[in-house]
Design a protein around this ligand. Structure first.
Ligand code: S3P
Length: 428
């Protein structure tokens, strides 16, 4: 069995969320071409509609008509109760919308499903409170639900301890609405879609090194945005290609933003033969291109740590899984952030790889996966997706590769409803 053919990834999830939120914050009519359709993005659409934006989907495009962020208001019939914005499973929806709403002088409650309600929110609450927001975690546990109450916010110079694009984005979406110069410094640059896209919507964001500067308040203008293919979806297929011998793949129309392609650099360091070409011009908001994959020989494997762990955060479980087939073990360290994703992805990965009989060591900040070296996997393994879409995709790949019973795939609807069919089309 091998993977062969041309693959076009589903549209990027991070960028679809951002395009929806920025379009609703802008005054006028925006369009989003090639948006991702999935539960997570539906959560963002639903929340923005509750805030008054008109959002229509037609012929693979989304049109957003809005009176801008200043019009975000609580519906009159809600009286003294906060408007509840249910964000489902989507951390990006909850955190970015919290940033966009904190300065609006309104009363909203942001909630999530059982998994999202377990994820840390102090990381966004703290900087927003430092800007003068009135936000409380209603259970007083630093998690959702959070309630945003009326307040007057101000600009802030902030240096983040948490390497997170969602925290940075929440900060920037709030800062652009407050008077004066705000700055945000991060230790390691996280995915930079927000600062790349904001200028398209009329908000100038300057940067020097790891410091971002916004001078508010800014009016936001409508824009047309084309969503590239999702680099993380591409990573799933590219890693799968390296688990099936002699795979050959062309991955087209994929986002190649350097803050998202650390997994490609890691694979190349491990000896992968990848040809990566950016086909958009330099002025494009987001670089798009293609990746040619030839799986001619075994990859070396090795250690992923430090900045590399942060940059490849969503792809680390996949790279860990690849450790079953590398020459040396794959060791992932300084990746404690994995514990705070849709599931504890250190534990979820360890659980499933152990279930198929692999030798795996689990740590608080990562894991080591030892190669199978021809050892027969346990074909009766019962894989668990831990209600986590990225773990569900890995389990599908494990099931196909080792001929296991197909695992539950309900979580795939969160980000990639057609994943199984897309993977099956490539397997020959
Ligand atoms: C995302 C940022 C990352 C990533 C998540 C999407 C985003 O989370 O894991 O899947 O769209 O900004 P953190 O910001 O918590 O690292």
């Amino acid at each position: 069995m091998k993977l062969n053919g041309t693959y076009v990834p589903v549209p990027d999830k991070s960028m679809t969320h951002r395009a929806l939120i920025m379009s609703a914050m802008a005054c006028g009519r925006s369009t989003i071409a090639n948006p991702l359709t999935c539960f997570d993005c539906d959560s963002t659409i639903h929340a923005l509609r509750l805030l008054g934006a008109e959002i229509d989907e037609l012929d693979g495009r989304i049109n957003v008509v809005s009176n801008g962020y200043k019009s975000f208001a609580v519906a009159p019939d809600i009286g003294n109760n906060p408007l509840v914005l249910p964000c489902g499973n989507s951390g990006t929806t909850a955190r970015l919308i919290a940033g966009a709403l904190a300065p609006r002088n309104i009363n909203v409650k942001i909630s999530g499903d059982d998994s999202l309600n377990l994820r840390p929110m102090t990381r966004i609450i703290e900087p927003l409170i430092k800007m003068g927001a009135n936000i409380v975690s209603t259970e007083d546990n630093g998690r959702l639900p959070i309630e945003i109450r009326p307040s007057k916010m101000h600009n802030l110079q902030y240096s983040s301890e948490v390497p997170s694009a969602q925290v940075k984005s929440a900060f920037l979406l709030a800062a652009l609405q407050t008077e004066g110069v705000s700055t945000y410094v991060e230790q390691i640059r996280s995915r930079d879609h927000t600062e790349r896209m904001l200028p398209l919507y009329g908000v100038s964001v300057s940067s020097s090194g790891e410091k971002l500067v916004v001078n508010g308040p800014c009016d936001m203008r409508p824009a047309d945005f084309l969503v590239p293919g999702d680099a993380s979806a591409a990573a799933t297929i590219i890693v799968a290609a390296h688990m099936f011998e002699e795979s050959r793949l062309n991955v087209n129309d994929v986002g190649l933003n350097p803050t998202r392609t650390e997994f490609l650099s890691i694979l190349q360091q491990w000896g992968a033969e990848l040809e990566v070409n950016v086909t958009t011009d330099k002025s494009a908001t987001e670089p798009i291109g293609c990746v040619r994959v030839l799986n001619e020989h075994k990859l070396t494997g090795g250690l992923i740590a430090g900045a590399s762990s942060q940059r490849a955060i969503d792809e680390l479980p996949l790279l860990a899984m690849l450790g079953l087939f590398t020459r040396e073990p794959v060791e992932i360290r300084q990746a404690g952030e994995l514990k705070y994703k849709e599931s504890n992805r250190i534990h979820s990965t360890v659980f499933n790889l152990r279930a198929i009989g692999a030798e795996v060591a689990e740590f608080d900040d990562g894991l080591i996966v030892y190669p199978l070296f021809g050892k027969e996997p346990n074909i009766n393994a019962r894989l668990n997706n831990f209600n986590d879409h990225r773990i569900a995709m890995m389990n599908v790949i494990l099931a196909k590769r080792f001929g296991l019973q197909m695992p539950r795939v309900n979580s795939l609807a969160v980000s990639y409803p057609n994943f199984v069919a897309d993977l099956e089309k490539l397997i020959i």
